[in-house]
Structure formats: C-alpha cells, structure tokens
Design a protein around this ligand. Sequence first.
Ligand SMILES: C[S@@+](CC[C@H](N)C(=O)[O-])C[C@H]1O[C@@H](n2cnc3c(N)ncnc32)[C@H](O)[C@@H]1O
Length: 336
Amino acid sequence: MEATIVSDNVKHCPVLLNEIISVISPQHGGTFIDCTFGQGGYTKKILNFKNTKVIALDRDKDSQKVADVISKKFPDRFLFKNLKFGKLNNLKLKNENIKGVLFDLGYSLTQMKDVNKGLSFNSTGKLNMQLGLNDFTASDVVNILEEKDLFKIFKFFGDEKEAKLISKNIIKERKFQEINTELLVKIIEKTKRRKNFKVHQATKVFQALRIFVNKEVSELIYGLINSAKILKKGGILAVVSFHSLEDKIVKSFFKSLSTNKSFSRYEPLIEKKKFVFEMPRKKPILPTEKEMKENFHSRSAKLRYLIKKEEIYEIETDILEKFNEYLEIENLSNKL
Ligand SMILES: C[S@@+](CC[C@H](N)C(=O)[O-])C[C@H]1O[C@@H](n2cnc3c(N)ncnc32)[C@H](O)[C@@H]1O
C-alpha cells in the first residue's frame, strides 16, 4: 500500500523505480507529470536526464518542503502543485509535449507515521485519515453515517468479510461515546470471529475508511481519464497500484482503451471503436525478489502501462458507468 519507505533519517525507497524509468524512457527528454510526487523519488530520477521537465502534483502540502529543495536545483525544469490528480485538467498545459504521466498510488510511510494524519491503526486519538485537500474526516464517517452505509464502505472498499457485524457494533458503541482510533480498533478486534494472524484485524476497515475519506475511487478514475486526454501521441501512462480495488480499476480502464470493441452478433450496427492506446503487456510488472526482500512494502506493487496511439474519443461516459457502483458508495459522503 505504501510505496515509499522513509526511515527516521528520511531515507526513501521508491517502488519499481528502475522499471518505471525503463518504461517511460526519460533519456529521450520531454515533459513528465508525476501525479504522486510524495518524497520525489520518481521526479528526482527523471530530472537526472537532460532535456526533461517534471510537473509534479501531490494533495499533501507536506510534500512542498521536498519540492522546494528540488526547485532550487532545477528552477527551469521542475514545477510543483499542491493539487489532486483528479483535477489534472486544471493544469494549463497548452504547449507542453507530455511524454509520460505517472501514478504511484496510495501513501508514503512518512504519511503513515504522521500521527496527525491518523492513517495507521497504531495511531491514537481522533480519527482523521485525510491526505490533504479533503472535505471530511474518518471521524465524521464513523460517528455520523448510518449502519448500512458503513457496511457498504467496509465491504466494497475494504473487502471486509465481517463488515455487517462491525458496522452494527460501531453504531451500538457510539451511543455512549465518540469513536476514536483506539476505540475503533477495539470494536473490530472484539467483533472479528475469523482471526488472521498475518495481518492486523483492523487493516481492511482502515483501508476502506482511507479510500472513502480521500475519495480515492473517483480520484483515480478522473486522474486516468484526464491523463489519457493530455498525453501526446507516443506518450506513456504508467500506474503503480497496491491493492486489488486500485488494480481492478486500472486494469479495466486500460483494457477499455486498448481493445477494439468486438462486433456483436445481435447488434451488427455497433460501430467498431478505434483503439487509442496500445497495451504492450497484459500482465503487470512486479518487483523483483531482491526488491521485495529489501523493501517489504513493495510486495503488493503492480506496474501497468499504456502507450498512446491516437487522439482520444469521448470515454468519460463509458468509464463512469463501469464504476458506478463504487462511485455511488463514494457519494454517501453527501450525507456528511
Ligand atoms: C506512494 S506515495 C508516492 C511516492 C513517490 N513516488 C516517491 O517516490 O516519493 C503516494 C503519494 O501520492 C499522494 N496522493 C495520493 N492521492 C493523491 C491524489 N488524488 N492527488 C494527488 N496526490 C495524491 C500522497 O499524498 C502521497 O504523497
């Protein structure tokens, strides 16, 4: 889930870095958009190649400090914006020859360790989970939404098998006191009948809340749609995902942009779509054994990429329809 390891002396270790570089080929120059700047692992590596330029985004304003250091070194080749990648279309990119758009999804270990963000079940106090530029907190979700809404969030965003009982017990408990991080962990631990000793009992509920609070589903969908539009011909769209919901969205999006829609026997008039992207490999690129050994958190990373071949047709309606079920769950936040 987290792609960057940052120890106390701020040593970070971006996941699948060599693989990303070999996929986007920055040695030929060009402008790249690093949609998930974080600690700048990908950006720094790209800027080491001459004639490259990086426009970097991160929703977390804490990334600004790292960005300031890079800006000093590369004043003409680097630009940072505290912006969500779902709003990529707000960038003014008129004359930019965008060669690559990169996503390294999720959060970094620096963020995980930040007690104020409260991403970890080891945190204490008020539930937060905001990565930046958010509208509500995890505390709002758990203390305000109805049982059936919590159930959907835990089940569909966390794949939590015991979502029903956990939601029920949250509602019971919050009649007496506000649910904070420690209490939520206690409720989950008390509720869960199936013990899994490999992962913490609260992992799935915490993942679901993080996805919901940060609207990660619509962010990813709009981020991908906008990237597909702004890339130039020959440009690369590369995404590193960390959990099955992210990979499901990426895989399905990539498939619909790179496959010819087949003629239907029953609807012979359906026009054949031109495919606008090429998917050079169906299977994702995974970290090597060596990387997984050196960086435990890389173990679930998957890199997928596409090459743009043609200018894009209208894709928004199709894609949004495909993920409507998830987007409807995200819309439960309108009740907050
Ligand atoms: C896994 S880290 C990226 C690490 C980076 N590749 C590096 O090498 O340092 C993911 C980053 O993406 C940011 N992020 C997550 N969702 C985002 C969004 N919707 N828009 C912009 N940034 C986002 C997080 O704040 C975090 O800093």
